[in-house]
Ligand binder design. Structure first.
Ligand SMILES: [Cu+2]
Length: 522
C-alpha cells in the first residue's frame, strides 16, 4: 500500500507534542474558560450544542483525530461546547484566514480570543488535555456564516460550524448530531481496524541466514478518499471525485462526471461547509466540459498548506454560468469529503519472535504522529517526554538484554533496527504513548537450530520447492517468509496458531539448516 504524507510538518508536530507534554507535566497555566453565552447573558433563548474532540477506543488502541460530528449547523446566539473524547491532546482553533500560530509559540498552546466569535480573529481553545477542568472549550457564535476550524497539533483534523440567522429552524437535533458523531467515530475505528488488519510484518533473510523481522509502528491512513458526487436540484448529474494525498502538501484529484448537458461547461470548487450550505472557496479546480454523451473527466493537483481535511470540505460542481468565488454558487452536483484520521497506538507484531543473532527493524507508518521504540535498563523508570532521554537515540545497534536502548523520536516512515545477541523476552515501549498501552515485547529464541537437532512437525499446508537454490517465497499474512540459500531445498510450512511448526521438504536434508522464525497470530 502506498503511504501518505512523507515527513509532513514533522518538526512542527514534534514541537507541539513536546509543548503539550510539558504542559501535562507541569500543570495547566491558563485560566478557566468562561461558559456564559451571549444569549444567556442577554436572557434570550439559545441552544448549547456538544461536539467531541477526538475519541479513543477501549485501552486507547485507536485514537480518532477528528471532530465528532465534523460539521454542525447552529443559529446565531448558540454556543458549542467541545469536549476532549480521547487521551490525545488537541486544540479547537478558528483561524479566520490567519496563518496558524508559529510552532511552539505561546499563541499555539494558549487559549486565544475569548468566548464570543463573530467570524474574525483567531480563537483557540489552547491545548485540550485529558484532565478534568482542561478538557472543554466553549464558544458562542454571533454572526451567520460558514466557519472552518482545525487542530494545531494535527493538521488534517478539521471541522466546520455553519451558523444560520437566529430563529432559523435547525436541520438536526442534539441527539441526531450525537448519533452522527458516533457514526463518524465508528467509521474512523473501522478504518483503523482495517489498517491494522492490513499490516503484514515480514521476515527477510540475508544470504548468511541472519533474519530481519520487519515490525510496524502505528498505521497509515487510507491511500485515497473517494467522494461520491450527487445530483443537486434533480440535475441528473453524478460521479466521483478521488482525492489522493501525494505528500505533505500535495493532493492529486481525479473527477469523473456523467449526466451533464452535452457541451456544458462547469466550474469546480472545493469549499468549506456542507452540500446544503456551501461556504468559502478552499480551492478552485480546473473547470470541466461535458462531451457529446454528457460525461467529463478532469485531473489536477492541489497544494494545501495543511493537507487533506478530515471533514468540512465539499467538492462542488457548479451549474453552467453559476457565479464562482465568493457569491453563493448554483450547484449541479456536490459531494462531501470524509477522511478517517487516526493513530494506532500499537506495535505489530507483539511478541516479535526472532532468534539470537537476528534483527528487528521497526518502521513508523503514521503521517501525523511520532513514536519511539525504547528498551529500559533494569529498574529504570520510563523517561517522560520531552526529556532528552525520552526523545534522543540511545544504546547502539546490538542489544544483549541489558542497558538503555532507544530509537529516539521516529517520524513518518522512519525506521529503527536492533540486532538481538542473547535469548530472552524483552519488553519495550513508546516514551510518548506507553500510558496508552503502547508497549510490546521482543522474544528472542536460541539461535538457528541445526537440522540434525531440529524437531519437525508435520506440515499442515506444505509448500515445497525442490532443487532450486536461492529461493524466495512470500506467503500470506501470518505465514512465514523465508529465503533459503544454497542447494538445500525446503520451505517452512504454514504453522498452527501460536506455535512454530516447520516441515522439511526435499532430498538433501543433511545439508540444510532449518530456521525457525514465526509470526504468531495475535
Ligand atoms: Cu507512541
Amino acid at each position: 500500500m502506498r503511504r501518505r504524507a512523507h515527513g509532513r510538518g514533522l518538526s512542527r508536530i514534534l514541537l507541539y507534542a513536546a509543548l503539550s507534554l510539558i504542559i501535562m507535566a507541569f500543570g495547566w497555566l491558563g485560566s478557566p474558560l468562561p461558559g456564559l453565552s451571549v444569549a444567556e447573558a442577554q436572557g434570550t433563548s439559545a441552544t448549547t450544542w456538544q461536539v467531541m474532540v477526538g475519541n479513543g477506543s477501549p485501552h486507547m488502541r485507536v485514537d480518532g483525530m477528528q471532530y465528532y460530528p465534523g460539521v454542525i449547523t447552529i443559529d446565531a446566539g448558540d454556543t458549542i461546547v467541545w469536549t476532549l473524547g480521547g487521551a490525545e491532546p488537541h486544540t479547537v482553533t478558528f483561524l479566520s484566514g490567519a496563518t496558524p500560530p508559529a510552532p511552539g509559540s505561546p499563541a499555539s498552546e494558549a487559549p486565544m480570543g475569548g468566548s464570543v466569535y463573530s467570524g474574525t480573529g483567531v480563537f483557540s481553545s489552547g491545548l485540550l488535555l485529558p484532565i478534568p477542568g482542561h478538557n472543554q472549550y466553549h464558544l458562542t457564535f454571533t454572526t451567520p456564516g460558514v466557519y472552518s476550524y482545525r487542530c494545531l497539533l494535527h493538521p488534517n483534523q478539521q471541522g466546520v460550524v455553519i451558523v444560520n440567522p437566529a430563529g432559523t429552524p435547525y436541520p438536526a437535533t442534539a441527539s441526531q448530531y450525537a448519533a452522527e458523531g458516533q457514526a463518524e467515530w465508528q467509521a474512523t475505528l473501522a478504518a483503523a481496524n482495517a489498517a491494522q488488519a492490513a499490516v503484514h510484518p515480514m521476515v527477510t533473510y540475508a544470504a548468511n541466514g541472519v533474519a530481519t523481522l520487519h515490525a510496524l509502528i502505528d498505521a497509515s491512513e487510507p491511500a485515497d478518499v473517494q467522494v461520491p458526487l450527487n445530483a443537486v436540484s434533480r440535475s441528473g448529474a453524478g460521479g466521483t471525485a478521488t482525492l489522493t494525498p501525494q505528500g505533505p502538501s500535495s493532493i492529486a484529484t481525479a473527477l469523473s462526471l456523467t449526466g451533464l448537458a452535452p457541451g456544458s461547461v462547469h466550474a469546480v470548487e472545493i469549499r468549506a461547509g456542507s452540500c446544503q450550505t456551501v461556504g468559502p472557496v478552499v480551492f478552485t479546480l480546473p473547470s470541466v466540459t461535458a462531451n457529446g454523451q454528457g460525461t467529463a473527466r478532469s485531473d489536477s493537483t492541489l497544494s494545501p498548506v495543511d493537507g487533506l481535511a478530515s471533514t468540512g470540505w465539499v467538492v462542488a460542481i457548479l451549474a453552467q454560468g453559476s457565479p464562482t468565488g465568493s457569491p453563493p454558487p448554483v450547484l449541479t452536483a456536490c459531494g462531501t469529503v470524509s477522511m478517517p484520521v487516526y493513530a494506532l497506538m500499537r506495535y505489530e507484531p507483539s511478541p516479535a519472535v526472532v532468534h539470537t543473532g537476528d534483527a528487528v527493524q521497526w518502521t513508523q507508518l503514521d503521517s501525523q504522529e511520532i513514536h519511539t521504540v525504547t528498551f529500559l535498563a533494569a529498574g529504570q523508570p520510563a523517561p517522560s517526554f520531552p526529556s532528552p532521554q525520552a526523545a534522543n537515540p540511545a544504546g547502539g545497534t546490538v542489544y544483549d538484554g541489558s542497558g538503555f536502548f532507544s530509537s529516539g523520536i521516529l517520524g513518518p516512515d522512519q525506521s529503527y533496527q536492533l540486532t538481538f545477541a542473547k535469548p530472552g523476552i524483552f519488553p519495550y515501549l513508546c516514551t510518548l504513548h506507553d500510558e496508552m498501552g503502547m508497549t510490546a515485547v521482543v522474544e528472542v529464541r536460541p539461535a538457528q537450530v541445526p537440522l540434525a537437532n531440529a524437531v519437525f512437525l508435520l506440515a499442515h499446508k506444505p509448500v515445497g520447492w525442490y532443487g532450486k537454490p536461492n529461493i524466495s517465497l512470500q506467503l500470506a499474512a501470518d505465514d512465514l517468509w523465508t529465503h533459503a540459500s544454497g542447494p538445500s531445498l525446503f520451505v517452512l510450512s504454514h504453522h498452527p496458531v501460536g506455535t512454530l511448526g516447520a516441515s522439511l521438504v526435499g532430498r538433501q536434508r543433511s545439508a540444510a539448516l532449518l530456521w525457525l522464525n514465526g509470526i504468531p497470530r495475535a
